[in-house]
Ligand binder design. Structure first.
Ligand code: BG6
Ligand code: MG
Length: 219
């Protein structure tokens, strides 16, 4: 098999990480739980349920199940109000060029996201057709850093982990790719994503020669 590429969605393909932050921040404020960008970093790549559990833990709060569910719905409603305004312009710089290059050179491409809104977001920005396989929060039971989402992705593409190259913006996601023994590529702050095999600020730094390097890399 030639190498296959698995993309995370939020914060890698589209700038939705800021929408998640806004919605969690408003929720935390309503509960009087201090919340910062630094704390938010720990929620990146983490499922909706786990994220709320963490916020409540930080605030030393335990809520009845019905209230917990209501807060999850409220957060998602606010998040979707931002998502519903998304268009192609929300695709992060350089992503289209990389996807076009990979597709026109015949590389397999999958999505590996914790989000249950992944398909909606891909259709909003018109990218669904690029992905041979989409593994999202509806198909996994174990949140990143558990590698389930990426293992399912490479399996669906008919490959094995050593052939997979994962693009991730979260600590949990880089850890998941590393646990799966896949090539991990950090997109964003190198000081946060220091466990990645490669680091780039964004996709404008990823040209043909970088892709060749990623393909040749053996862990
Ligand atoms: C991840 C995001 O991709 O998806 C997290 O990085 C988010 O911030 C998680 O909580 C779940 O997303 P959703 O859309 O199902 O709430
Ligand atoms: Mg992400």
């Amino acid at each position: 098999m030639t190498k296959a590429f698995i993309f995370d969605l939020d914060g890698v393909i589209v700038d939705t990480a800021k929408f998640h932050y806004l919605a969690w921040k408003n929720l935390a404020d309503s509960l009087d739980i201090p919340f910062s960008e630094e704390k938010n970093e720990q929620l990146k790549g983490v499922s909706r349920v786990k994220s709320l559990e963490k916020i409540l833990e930080w605030g030393h709060k335990i809520l009845p199940e019905a209230e917990f569910e209501a807060l999850m719905s409220k957060k998602n409603e606010e998040y979707l109000s931002y998502v519903n305004q998304m268009t192609k312009k929300d695709i992060l710089p350089g992503v289209m060029e990389t996807l076009d290059y990979l597709r026109s050179n015949g590389y397999a491409i999958a999505l590996g996201s914790a989000s249950k809104n992944a398909r909606l977001i891909l259709s909003k920005v018109g990218l669904e057709a690029y992905f041979e396989e989409i593994i999202d929060g509806n198909e996994v039971t174990k949140a990143k850093p558990n590698p389930e989402v990426f293992l399912k992705g490479i399996d669906a593409l008919g490959g094995t982990p050593e052939y997979a190259i994962v693009f991730e913006d979260s600590l949990a996601g880089i850890e998941a790719a590393n646990i799966a023994r896949m090539t991990s590529v950090g997109i964003g702050d190198k000081s946060v994503l220091k466990e990645a095999d490669f680091n780039f600020q964004n996709f404008t730094e990823i040209d043909k020669s970088v892709i060749e390097t990623l393909i040749k890399f053996k862990k």
